[in-house]
Design a protein around this ligand. Structure first.
Ligand SMILES: CC(C)(COP(=O)(O)OP(=O)(O)OC[C@H]1O[C@@H](n2cnc3c(N)ncnc32)[C@H](O)[C@@H]1OP(=O)(O)O)[C@@H](O)C(=O)NCCC(=O)NCCS
Length: 182
């Protein structure tokens, strides 16, 4: 059976589903922020936040917002109005557990890159819960010197990559975040 998959902007009715996906992904590790905080991240930059809609089901989401390089959201606080920056911070990306490992996360990333490339020069993120290798395989480079607060977990790592041709030196595999981004 063919599935109807599309990326689309977040709508008001999506939030219970986004909050449920977030809780499933992060509550066990104590990293869940909850709906109100997630919504505040989205309000700061709706144009760079999406849901993955699969047969009218919210099957995943991605929240990204401009943040100066080497700065990042405070997990305990709602978001302030966005600041102008050429760096886009990928704050969170989740795919429903039963749909992982089939390229859906890569599709979300590709959509972000296509959306962001005309406005932003870099994408940053904080890899949590052992995901640094996942992000490294998508061209992100760790900045070990950037301190990350304990709220992000013991193994959290600040990472970034360029959106321009060539990406970061040393990037080889860039599934889901085309390199160069066109
Ligand atoms: C991260 C996440 C969004 C990826 O979604 P997905 O749909 O499974 O992504 P894809 O299918 O495009 O890619 C899966 C690939 O990542 C790899 N991968 C998954 N977790 C990994 C990890 N911890 N370390 C290294 N590789 C990992 C898989 O082996 C697979 O590899 P392949 O492309 O070589 O086959 C999904 O695992 C998820 O929602 N996790 C919970 C939330 C989370 O941790 N978000 C990231 C926070 S930093």
């Amino acid at each position: 059976m063919d599935h109807a998959m599309r990326m689309r902007p977040i709508r008001d009715g999506d939030w219970p589903y986004i909050a449920a996906l977030e809780a499933e992904a992060y509550e066990g590790g104590g990293l869940a922020e909850g709906r109100a905080v997630l919504e505040s991240r989205w309000r700061a930059s709706p144009a760079t936040c999406f849901v993955l809609d699969l047969d009218e089901r919210v099957a995943g989401y991605l929240l990204a917002l401009p943040y100066p390089m080497f700065r990042y959201p405070d997990l305990a606080r709602t978001e302030q109005p966005a600041v102008r920056s050429r760096n886009l911070h990928l704050h969170d990306m989740v795919v429903a557990p039963d749909l992982r490992g089939r390229g859906r996360g890569s599709t979300l990333l590709r959509h972000l890159a296509e959306t962001a490339t005309s406005t932003y020069e870099h994408v940053s993120l904080i890899a949590v819960e052992g995901k640094a290798t996942f992000w490294a395989s998508r061209g992100f480079r760790a900045h070990q010197g950037v301190a990350v607060p304990p709220e992000y977990g013991d193994d959290a790592v600040y990472m970034s990559r360029s959106l321009s041709a060539g990406g970061n030196a040393g990037s080889k595999k860039v599934d889901g975040l085309p390199c160069p981004v066109s």
